[in-house]
Design a protein around this ligand. Structure first.
Ligand code: NAD
Ligand code: UDP
Length: 312
């Protein structure tokens, strides 16, 4: 049966893919966004769809909407963007999430929170399982995001315990794909844009830190499976568990773009996690989740996207 689904942050990178997929399944989608890091361009191909509605709104302010389900994605995701106005990032994760939970409670809607691998901080357990409580600096430059997302999880659980709100928490690991912002400073967009322009590829630190990269279609499938799963709240990891050093990753981008760019080193930002890889055991067991897109295939699609927007 068609549902009415509110997606906050729907004009962002992941939100636009999620909107597309949920519309394709026949649902009504209300996309709510303040366009801080998202853009109309990401969803312009959906604007003619009668089942798609766009609202410019900031979740830090309350809003009255009727919906069966809420996917709460509103929050800048890249370090450059979430540090641009750190206090606003915390407000989005505390006041914004409280508003969305209030809405879910009143409308009796299910709500899914886009949490993050950053709740594990610079992890002392590897790979990261959901029962690991994390190693997070409360006062550093990443804290507005990491701690914001941790409070958001707490709020979700408290609304569940106190008001019986049907909540879902998904911990997203580094996700990439078409419609990532060209200027968001994340490693995938930076390296691809640098390689395509023939500019130096900037590795922060010695490049021995690791990340595990997930193609956006795999993630979106995981999010929808979690929303549809009865009697399971999470938190659950979603991502791809193939792990690469940033140095290896730079080599791969150079090769796939056939680029002559030089690899250069820049200072490592503070609190940059040394390693990160999801333990996907719980996601596999509860959601039958299995990432399907191999890194080279996903990167080629992403490189084609960046070529098209850079008109190369
Ligand atoms: P994004 O920056 O492309 O999307 C975020 C969207 O939220 C944007 O459209 C932005 O304009 C909107 N937004 C920000 N603050 C808002 C506010 N106060 N009110 C209304 N809208 C607001 O980022 P993304 O990569 O698509 O990330 C989406 C969600 O997934 C975020 O919550 C992020 O924390 C989470 N996440 C992403 C990743 C990743 O690797 N991409 C990893 C972990 C978690
Ligand atoms: N990084 C890098 N060069 C860049 C951008 C990022 O070496 O131009 C590194 C960054 O220091 C981190 C990793 O790549 O170790 C992933 O960074 P990103 O900002 O994409 O995500 P996050 O740190 O939030 O996982």
């Amino acid at each position: 049966m068609a549902k009415t689904i509110l997606i906050t942050g729907g004009a962002g990178f992941i939100g636009s893919h999620l909107s597309e997929k949920l519309l394709n399944e026949g649902n009504h989608v209300i996309c709510l966004d303040n366009f801080f890091t998202g853009s109309k361009k990401n969803i312009e191909h959906l604007l003619d769809n009668k089942k798609f509605e766009l609202i410019r709104h900031d979740i830090v302010e309350p809003v009255l909407i009727e919906a069966d389900e809420i996917y709460n994605l509103a929050c800048p995701a890249s370090p450059v963007h979430y540090q641009y106005n750190a206090i606003k990032t915390i407000k989005t994760n505390v006041l914004g999430v409280t508003n969305m939970l209030g809405l879910a409670k009143r409308a009796k809607a299910k709500i899914l929170q886009a949490s993050t691998s950053e709740v594990y901080g610079d992890p002392l357990v590897h790979p990261q399982r959901e029962d690991y409580w994390g190693n997070v600096n409360t006062i550093g430059i990443r804290s507005c995001y990491d701690e914001g997302k941790r409070v958001a999880e707490t709020l979700m659980m408290d609304y569940h315990r106190q008001h019986n709100v049907d909540i879902k928490i998904i911990r997203i690991f580094n996700t990439y794909g078409p419609r990532m912002a060209q200027n968001d400073g994340r490693v995938v967009s930076n390296f691809i844009v640098q390689a395509l322009k023939g500019e130096d590829i900037t590795i922060y630190g010695d490049g021995s830190q690791t990340r595990s990269f997930c193609y956006v279609d795999d993630l979106v499938r995981g999010m929808i499976s979690l929303m549809n799963k009865e009697n399971f709240t999470g938190p659950v990891n979603a991502g791809n568990d193939a792990e690469y050093t940033i140095l290896q990753f730079a080599g791969m981008i150079k090769e796939l773009t056939n680029s002559g760019s030089k690899i250069v080193h820049r200072p490592l930002p503070s609190d940059d996690p040394c390693k990160r890889r999801p333990d996907l055991t719980l996601a596999k067991k509860e959601l039958n989740y299995e990432p399907a897109v191999q890194i080279r295939e996903g990167l080629m699609k992403t490189i084609e996207y960046f070529k098209s927007i850079m008109q190369l």
